[in-house]
Design a protein around this ligand. Structure first.
Ligand code: HEM
Ligand SMILES: [Cu+2]
Length: 562
């Protein structure tokens, strides 16, 4: 373990001499903190909790789908489950966990002491957390927990007229609208913080062309949030006006249009999947080089591809609406624009492979997850291209082929790289290593479970199984594929429990990590583990994209070649 580099001034009062804070002091400290590291960890902890909640929802749905005509769950509750599962996983797991990592890492990686707006940072976290709580309060806020509770039941994209006051009685839809609206405000606040921090708080020498790629990914992601979240927020305000003030924005019977809601939602919804996947790409950009012992291949192309994806992904949204009847002209445009996304994405996959090629690979758990990500993201991309062919999408739209495709991206690429990030940066956050043995169990069980759940799911999709059905007849030949998928889902659940156990156990019993257990090259590894609250006693100065490489290899520094 290379534990050699720590910048001057990292010395403080030895822990053992500090008086033990009272529990209340600790709670007060976390509740009132404006420290980006603590706020990042709170984002990550709350999201992990909701990952387990949404995971249980997924298991309940999979159990219901194990047998044809199974009566394990009532249909109304199934509608609530997929609505909550989808909404929670996207808005209260994916976004906050990725912004949690961004909050923790971006200031450290650019050599700053904190985010540009610490109080806004705290506000953004608490309003997002409140949004998540409000969403689940809906279960008890209405008429009881089981059966017709008032949990939202309109699906995660809440199409009109399902959400109209005529169809959606009570406040179930309002809980969806308000909690997603609040999480949107939090996300915009955090994005504003990240963009301002990246522009104005980089340490001396860190030009934009010398920033770690992960920081670039968060920069572009945050800029996309500004553009994408606005339309969703506006549509939610219009929906609430339709429900309570009698306007008719989405009311097709009164001069409005249900299709307009779809445009507004997917103008947000498609960039949203890139807002989720770009930070996950960023994790791969940091982990793959360190475990291949080679600098990333094609840094400038990686930056250009990221910006390219940011732009193009804003112009593909109607590929979710090929069956709405927008007309051949616009369908053709959105077929082409969707296919164009494959170019910058392909560049990224090529550059990751070129980085691994000829490298001295260390198959530690973070790298294993990144290798699985590479393979699974490629498959997810290919089924995405299939669905971008409008005539084929007319057959597969809203089928289980689509459910398999987006889970291949959300689980196979994003969640898998989030796991990689945990194993990679946990030593920095806690000062202890996660268990590699438990890590390997987590990895192999999760990957086997994942492929059992989502590979075979494409088949009933091809055979016409619609999404969101709570049961099906035995005669379709879908039973075996659903049973394999359900078994896979439970295997994934066991893997996630091993992961949670590893997180908790390692906090108390993990090997001491030191400052730089992976012999890495970016600035966060130059601080102590965990970093002091002020991050750096003296703001560092960098000369290349791998500042720690330069310090460790003065005989052959990177700045000579950049
Ligand atoms: C890890 C294991 C997971 C399993 C077994 C699982 C299972 C399911 C099931 C059974 C459905 C309902 C399908 C239907 O009835 O149409 C569903 C829908 C969905 N899932 Fe997952 N899921 C998992 C992870 C995730 C993750 C990590 C995300 C996002 C980050 C996610 C996002 C969604 C979304 C957006 C929907 C659509 C909900 C809707 O139709 O409104 N899932 N999932
Ligand atoms: Cu899309």
């Amino acid at each position: 373990m290379a534990d050699s580099i720590s910048l001057p001034g990292a010395i403080g009062i030895p822990e053992k001499h500090k008086p033990r804070p009272l529990a209340l002091d600790v709670v007060y400290d976390w509740v009132t903190t404006v420290d980006h590291k603590k706020i990042g960890l709170m984002y990550i902890s709350v999201s992990l909790f909701f990952l387990l909640v949404a995971g249980v929802e997924a298991l309940l749905m999979r159990a219901q789908l194990f047998y044809p005509n199974f009566k394990f769950l009532p249909p109304q509750f199934f509608n609530e489950l997929f609505t909550l599962h989808g909404t929670t996983m996207v808005f209260f797991v994916g976004m906050p966990i990725l912004f949690g990592f961004g909050n923790y890492l971006v200031p450290l990686m650019i050599g700053a002491r904190d985010m540009a707006f610490p109080r806004l940072n705290a506000f953004s976290f608490w309003i997002s957390a409140f949004g998540a709580l409000l969403m689940y309060y809906s279960f008890i806020g209405g008429s009881g927990l089981y059966g017709a509770g008032s949990a939202p039941d309109v699906g995660w994209f809440a199409y009109a007229p399902l959400t109209s006051i005529a169809f959606s009685r009570g406040h179930s839809t309002d809980y969806w609208t308000l909690s997603v609206f609040l999480s949107g405000i939090g996300t915009i606040g955090t994005s504003l913080n990240i963009v301002t921090t990246v522009i104005s708080m980089r340490c001396p020498g860190m030009k934009l062309t010398k920033m770690p790629l992960l920081v670039w990914l968060y920069f572009v992601t945050s800029a996309m949030v500004f553009i994408a979240v606005g339309p969703l927020t506006a549509a939610q305000i219009m929906l609430t006006l339709d429900r309570y003030v009698g306007s008719h924005f989405f009311d097709t019977q009164a001069g409005g249009s249900a299709v307009v809601w779809m445009h507004f939602f997917w103008i947000f919804g498609h960039p949203e999947v890139y807002i989720l996947v770009l930070p996950a790409f960023g994790f791969a950009n940091e982990i793959i080089p360190v475990f291949s012992r080679k600098a990333i291949f094609g840094y400038p192309a990686m930056v250009a591809a990221t910006v390219g994806i940011g732009f193009v992904s804003m112009g593909v949204w109607a590929h979710h609406m090929f069956t709405v009847g927008l007309g051949a002209g616009s369908n053709a445009f959105f077929v082409l624009s969707t296919m164009v996304v494959a170019i910058p994405t392909g560049i990224k996959i090529f550059n990751w492979l070129a980085t691994i090629w000829g490298g001295k690979i260390r198959f530690a758990t973070p790298m294993l997850f990144c290798i699985a990500f590479l393979f699974q993201f490629l498959i997810a991309g290919l089924t995405g291209i299939m669905l971008s062919v409008a005539p084929l999408d007319w057959q597969l739209n809203n089928s289980y082929f689509v459910v398999a495709h987006f889970h291949y991206v959300l689980v196979g690429a994003i969640l898998v790289n989030i796991f990689a990030a945990f194993y990679y940066w946990y030593p920095k956050v806690t000062g202890r290593m996660m268990s590699e043995t438990l890590g390997k169990w987590h990895f192999w069980l999760f990957i086997i479970g994942f492929h059992l759940t989502f590979d075979f799911m494409h088949i009933p999709g091809f055979e016409g199984m619609p999404r969101r059905i709570y049961t099906y007849d035995p005669g379709h030949g879908w039973t075996i594929w659903n049973q394999i998928a359900t078994i896979g889902a439970f295997i994934q659940a066991i893997a996630v429990l091993i992961f949670v156990y590893n997180l908790v156990r390692s906090y108390f019993k993990g090997y001491p990590a030191g400052n730089d257990p992976w012999d890495a090259w970016t600035l966060e590894w130059a601080t102590a583990s965990p970093p002091p609250h002020y991050n750096f006693a003296e703001i560092p100065e960098v000369m290349s994209r791998r500042p720690l490489w330069d310090i460790k290899h003065p005989e052959d520094p990177d700045w000579r070649y950049e």
